[in-house]
Design a protein. Structure first.
Length: 87
């Protein structure tokens, strides 16, 4: 996990600047951005931390997430309309 201020350099590289001003460029096939908020867990959704997971669970996975569309629910898009693709 990297802590600092980040920006995308290109589609597969981020640069993170730490609290001392030191920058690091990190290449990756897949990048998860965790902004420090806690994920919403609506009572109407059964989270099993295996097939239905939140962003905290995504970080703890012991395997790569499946390819294909991932759906997310946030406080802003409570209807579940936010989508991301794996890849």
């Amino acid at each position: 996990m990297l802590v600092g201020t980040g920006r995308f350099v290109d589609a597969h590289t981020i640069e993170v600047v730490d609290e001392h001003g030191k920058g690091s460029k990190v290449p990756a096939d897949k990048i998860i951005i965790a902004t420090g908020t806690r994920p919403a867990r609506p009572g109407s959704v059964e989270f099993d931390d295996r097939t239905v997971i939140d962003s905290d669970g995504m970080i703890r996975l012991d395997r790569d997430p499946p390819d294909g569309p991932l759906r997310g629910v946030s406080e802003t898009s409570g209807h579940g309309g936010a989508r991301a693709t794996g890849g």
